[in-house]
Design a protein around this ligand. Structure first.
Ligand code: ZN
Ligand code: ZN
Length: 891
């Protein structure tokens, strides 16, 4: 049994998140509140947390993810749903390998010097360190995820799922090995998928090069952006319809420099409008050329080593870097008189997403997933609504992309990741594809088998995440109960990388969609709306922010102005707003707690005998619960928090507590406000708990500590029930009365501030309240106290014109407030002050008018200056008119 953390006998004056946050997180953990229990009678609510990359520490985007998912989970847990939030970590194949390689480079070594085994050990160490750091950071952010079910993509379970899925797809013919054009990163020395290649527009050149015809009858000119690839050409192609080249097709051309003879062919893929209309065909280094070569049975000539230096096929350029070779070959072409011209040319060039190196498209023997058969059911699942994407506009984006999907290159020439479960036989050359490592070849029984050295694309294991984490391929209780999961919450920029592939693989492996709802959040940008990045130097660390402002304040700031799918800005104003809100609630609760008397207390609320203000706040509370619940059901968490904030700050703290203070005075005769004061606060804290978990737990426990045992059913707010609307509490009449009272007090306060009335000075007021007069009368004392107006007179009939003279009149929704000027200011002194001001204004106005009549000024001055002068004149004329009117009133 764990004891509840210490609640001090006197609440400290100020909220100190540092003293509160860790204490409650430990308590929640010790009580095992985060663990999801299987209850066959109930429908579970499940979120599989996007596995965090073990490449480094949490960034601001993770802060938003953790906040949104924690809100959903805490809300459903409080609603009584078995709520599972399964936390996880991703080995992040290439990303982790790149950062570890950078570390090694700093130490003057690299992975090749270390060797595969040592390198893997180094990465494991790195991964374990960051996994632990990230886990602790998630705890700091208040994540109430089920740590007993934590998963890492390289764990035995998810690894078994990876091998099983691979073998199943292979046996169905949906995974194949073949030579295709892939994107090759020469720095990472691996193949990349299309998604891992970022296309950036660059201005390069288009070189026009003349190839001599073999029969000596002339030249054919081609244009290229990569002259070094001339060395890999195996043909020149023209469009078969192109009249310009009739008679030349079928001849042979001689490649410059290396003098290899190549055919001139016709193919409809050639665009006659590009360059000269004749193009060079480099099948091993270009996707379009690769296809042309297949149609025409052309050979492939590879000219690059894995590090993008030129290989032996490059003749005199062997050993040069690809870009050095480009310069050298251009020089040689010029020397030989084969360079016709150079044109500037801008085009998109692929870069490695992880290390930003320019990738080379090249033909390579790799493993691929055949995507079209997998995409079909995944399209249907979104089209028929089994998977619903929020915001809705992304449904279309998803469907468009799926329609044009291409096969997925899944093999990576990396060392960090899931090894491909394929073994090659040294004797019969055949493949053994198996879930468990075989000892012998399944075809000939030879023990001379060797596993494929490559690993799988890190997104392959991510694609299985919703089912692999729950135990698939084993038939587990968790899999049966929690799958399909409920919500997948993630960033919109990985819709294709991840969400689409999860839908495909979930359907393929389990026959069911992996989740019913996809909630896509936007990016968090800086104050100016710029993307946060290390190069811009505007990155903010969520852990530092939480330490400075408090975790709950940061969570509020994330939610302020946040809507699904939209980017949002993180500003200091928002963070300060969150902190002020926490302080406001702290002070309010402290007031309530200090009002609780020692000994016996009657907390029963007898609705029939409640005064209007109690009925009003209960009505407003229930309307807030109603609105907030509706918004949360529609995933409008930012808006929902806004409503809770408005209710607590404006209605509860600024009005209800102020009214209650009057009733808590010893001399007050009437019902105590405490039962309602406590009830509304306690309910609001529960309403707010998913958003500000630490603060609400601390405040709730402070109440609980001072109230009779059995006051609440649970021993912590985290497991208390989420508020449910009680429509019987809606009370329009009470709302009308209190709205009027609030308006009256505001009107008097506004008049006081307009006339700069000293705080210690009391004004008087005549109030016409019509039919509401009877209901407002009991609040005369309250209005006097809150507005510092005494006496006030309440009238049922309209006020006479004479009363309205020499007074500030405010016509409100249901009432009218009249404050005699004499009660606010010393009239003689005020007259004198106004007379002086008029004396100053009149010549000023005359001067401005003269100026604006002067054509010389009007012709010379810039329009902005003239506009400014006109504005000034208008302001002064208005002021003068107001002063004259006021002088007339009080004169
Ligand atoms: Zn790279
Ligand atoms: Zn064999």
């Amino acid at each position: 049994m764990t004891d509840t953390p210490i609640i001090e006998s006197e609440m400290p004056k100020a909220y100190d998140p540092k003293k509160v946050e860790d204490k409650w997180y430990k308590f929640w953990m010790a009580k095992d509140y985060f663990r999801a229990e299987i209850d066959p009678k109930k429908t579970p609510f499940t979120i599989i947390m996007p596995p965090t990359n073990v490449t480094g520490e949490l960034h601001i985007g993770h802060g938003l993810v953790m906040t949104l998912e924690d809100i959903m989970i805490r809300w459903h847990r409080m609603k009584g749903d078995p709520a599972l939030w399964l936390p996880g970590f991703d080995h992040a194949g290439i990303a982790t390998q790149v950062v570890v390689e950078r570390e090694l480079a700093k130490q003057g070594t690299d992975r090749h010097k270390l060797g595969r085994e040592k390198f893997e050990q180094t990465v494991w160490q790195w991964a374990r360190t960051y996994l632990q750091t990230i886990k602790e950071q998630k705890m700091k952010l208040g994540c109430s995820c089920d740590w007993s079910r934590e998963r890492f993509t390289m764990d035995d379970g998810p690894s078994l799922a990876v091998r099983t899925a691979f073998v199943k797809l292979y046996n169905k013919g949906l995974i194949y090995r073949g030579e295709r054009i892939i994107n090759w990163c020469p720095r990472c020395r691996t193949a990349l998928s299309d998604l891992e290649t970022e296309h950036v527009d660059v201005t390069g050149n288009l070189w026009y090069v003349r190839y001599p015809l073999e029969d000596g009858s002339g030249y054919i000119t081609v244009a290229t952006t990569r002259p070094e690839t001339i060395l890999g050409d195996t043909a020149v192609a023209v469009n078969s319809e192109d009249e310009r080249f009739k008679g030349i097709v079928g001849k042979k051309a001689i490649l410059p420099v290396i003098k290899r003879s190549i055919p001139i062919i016709a193919d409809n893929a050639v665009d006659p409008a590009f360059g000269t209309g004749a193009v060079k065909i480099t099948p091993a280094h270009d996707p379009v050329d690769f296809e042309v070569a297949q149609r025409h049975n052309l050979p492939l000539v590879h000219i690059l080593n894995p590090d993008a230096t030129m290989n032996e096929k490059a003749g005199p350029y062997q050993g040069m870097d690809r870009f050095a070779c480009r310069e050298a070959i251009v020089r040689d072409l010029e020397k030989d008189g084969l360079l016709v011209k150079i044109e500037p040319y801008s085009h998109a060039i692929g870069h490695c997403q992880r290390c930003k190196t320019i990738v080379e498209p090249l033909a390579s023997l790799q493993w691929f997933v055949s995507m079209k058969p997998l995409a079909k059911p995944a399209v249907a699942a979104v089209a028929d609504g089994r998977v619903n994407i929020i915001p809705e506009r992304f449904n279309k984006v998803y469907l468009n992309w799926m329609e044009n999907i291409r096969d997925w290159c899944i093999s990576r020439q990396l060392w960090w990741g899931h090894r491909i479960p394929v073994w090659y036989c040294g004797d019969c050359r055949k493949l053994t594809v198996a879930i468990d490592p075989p000892r012998t070849c399944q075809h000939c029984g030879s023990p001379k088998i060797e596993q494929d050295p490559d690993v799988l694309d890190t997104w392959f294991s991510s694609a299985l995440w919703p089912h692999s984490t729950l135990g698939w391929p084993n038939d587990t209780e968790d899999m049966r109960y929690f799958y399909p999961t409920t919500v997948m919450e993630t960033a919109y920029d990985i819709l294709f990388f991840w969400v689409a592939r999860m839908v495909m693989m979930g359907l393929e492996d389990t026959g069911k969609v992996p989740f019913h709802t996809v909630y896509l959040h936007g990016l968090i940008r800086d104050e100016k709306g710029e993307k946060m990045s290390k190069t811009r130097g505007n990155v903010r660390d969520p852990i530092e922010i939480a330490a400075e402002y408090g975790t709950d304040a940061m969570r509020c700031a994330f939610l302020t102005g946040n809507a699904p799918g939209n980017d949002s800005k993180l500003t200091d104003v928002k963070l300060e707003g969150g902190r002020n809100f926490a302080n406001k609630l702290w002070n309010a609760t402290r007031f309530v707690v200090r009002s609780i008397p020692e000994g016996k207390i009657d907390l029963a609320i007898r609705h029939s005998s409640l005064p209007a203000e109690d009925r009003w706040i209960l009505s407003r509370l229930n309307r807030t619960v109603n609105t907030v619940t509706g918004m949360m059901e529609n995933y409008q968490f930012g808006e929902a928090l806004g409503r809770i904030y408005d209710f607590l700050w404006n209605e509860y703290c600024d009005w209800y507590i102020e009214l209650a203070k009057i009733r808590l005075r010893p001399e007050f005769n009437g019902p105590s406000p405490l039962p309602v004061l406590i009830h509304v606060l306690e309910t609001s804290l529960r309403l707010l708990h998913p958003y500000m978990p630490f603060l609400t737990e601390e405040l709730w426990q402070n109440l609980r500590h001072r109230l009779p045992a059995g006051w609440q059913k649970t021993e912590a707010i985290i497991v208390a029930g989420y508020p449910v609307v009680d429509e019987k509490m809606f009370d329009e009449h009470a709302e009308q009365v209190l709205d009027s009272i609030i308006e009256i007090v505001r009107a008097i306060r506004n008049a006081r501030s307009e006339y700069k009335v000293d705080v210690n000075h009391w004004v008087t007021a005549e109030i016409y309240a019509g039919d509401l007069a009877g209901a407002i009368t009991p609040y005369a004392e309250a209005v006097q106290t809150l507005a510092r107006a005494r006496p006030i007179a309440l009238h049922k009939v309209r006020l006479k014109e004479t009363v309205r003279e020499n007074a500030v009149v405010s016509v409100l929704k249901e009432t009218e407030v009249v404050i005699p000027l004499a009660s606010m200011v010393d009239l003689a002194a005020e007259q004198e002050r106004m007379r002086k001001e008029i004396e100053q204004l009149e010549p000023d106005i005359a001067r401005l008018e003269a100026r604006l009549d002067d054509n010389a000024f009007l012709n010379k001055a810039p329009p902005a200056v003239i506009a400014k002068e006109r504005e000034r004149l208008g302001e002064r004329k208005d002021r003068l008119a107001r002063l004259r009117q006021q002088m007339g009133k009080s004169g």
